[in-house]
Design a binder for this molecule. Structure first.
Ligand code: OTD
Ligand code: ZN
Ligand code: ZN
Length: 347
């Protein structure tokens, strides 16, 4: 028996496309299913100025295969040297959709991020004035804080004070991994929404660490215990407009993942929609999938919803996404959702 579901074309509100050969390898995988994506600026060197973002957007569009449609929503990487006027100009011209705050050292290529929030206050106040959203990697970097507690510590120590001091700042708490994060968004005093990744919905830390260590599940923020995973699933499948999809698909070549000091990041762009359809069906929430992937994000960012649609079909035979993707520099491993997927995206 086949079952079909047609929804508005989804968007990805948190995506790493990288550059060069990797960009060319992964961009079609996103563009196949997603109309738009918020493009993370953590390149080496990072996308800091409006000029950087223009050049990066041009490289993305040049890498898009003939005949594919895709709109990159550009972001700037906030540093302690960021000029509020440059940010405001990039926003006014329509070049950027958000600014990204990385606490320095929190994740891949975040060394140029912010050490002291006081040093970026003029930028944040300007953003609140002009209505430009701030996307936040919400973890403290204090080495004394346990890696599993860094999100909760950030909420209480950094984000709550920030929302009290600049209540008009539109904030996206990205890749929420704990029930603390879900609760924070629900109860926030300021203007806060949150994204949830595919992998944090599908796996918990047992998948990464029990019965062997699985480097392809290593990402930041690190996956947490099952009770947190359940809170994320409840929020995503609730239809609550404050929660929407940000895959955080973050490709690294296998040799960089499988190493004595492996890189953080999960590559999930190709099979995200199949994962989500299956998960939402399991939680009897297929009717909420469109809200999570295609409606809540645009509403939050003040953008129109996509007019095009995609159709998913549930079949008796599992999807056969390739386990490996090939780039001239090496192979890339697709996110393994731990179970066969039966919802096929009809191209
Ligand atoms: N997390 N890897 C990366 C970024 C994210 O924090 C993130 O947004 C990456 O490789 O760029 C990861 O594990
Ligand atoms: Zn992050
Ligand atoms: Zn990310």
């Amino acid at each position: 028996m086949t079952e079909r579901l047609t929804i508005r074309r989804p968007d990805d509100w948190h995506l790493h496309l990288r550059d060069g050969a990797m960009l060319r390898a992964v961009l079609p995988e996103t563009a196949r299913h997603f109309a738009r994506a918020i493009i993370m600026p953590n390149l080496v060197p990072p996308v800091v100025t409006g000029a950087d973002a223009t050049a990066y957007r041009d490289r993305i569009m040049a890498a898009l295969p003939e005949g594919m449609q895709f709109t990159p929503l550009m972001t700037l990487y906030l540093t302690e040297q960021t000029d509020p006027d440059d940010v405001a100009a990039a926003h006014a011209s329509g070049l950027i959709t958000a600014v990204k705050l990385y606490p320095a050292g929190a994740t891949t290529n975040s060394q140029s991020g912010v050490r002291n929030l006081d040093h970026v206050r003029p930028v944040l106040e300007r953003m609140a004035e002009i209505g430009l959203p701030l996307c936040i990697h919400g973890e403290v970097t204090d080495p004394a804080t346990d890696i599993f507690d860094r999100e909760e510590a950030f909420l209480n120590g950094v984000l709550r004070p920030l929302t009290q001091e600049i209540p008009d700042l539109k904030i996206t708490l990205e890749h929420i991994t704990t029930h603390h994060g879900i609760r924070f968004v629900r109860e926030a005093e300021g203007d806060v929404a949150g994204t949830i990744t595919t992998h944090h919905l599908m796996i918990n830390r047992n998948h990464m660490l029990a019965g062997g260590i699985r480097p392809h599940y290593y990402c930041l923020p690190i996956v947490k215990r099952a009770s947190h995973q359940r809170a994320l699933i409840a929020a995503a499948t609730s239809g609550d407009p404050r929660f929407f999809l940000g895959t955080d698909s973050a490709p690294h070549l296998d040799h960089a993942k499988i190493s004595e000091c492996g890189c953080a990041g999960v590559f999930s762009a190709p099979n995200t929609m199949s994962c989500l359809a299956q998960l939402f069906e399991e939680y009897e929430a297929l009717d909420k999938l469109e809200a999570f992937t295609s409606l809540n994000g645009p509403a939050r960012y003040g953008l129109p919803v996509n007019e095009e649609t995609i159709t998913l079909e549930k079949r008796d035979t599992p999807c056969n996404y390739p386990a490996k993707y090939h780039t001239p520099d090496g192979t890339l491993t697709l996110f393994d959702p731990t179970v066969p997927l039966y919802w096929h995206v009809l191209d």
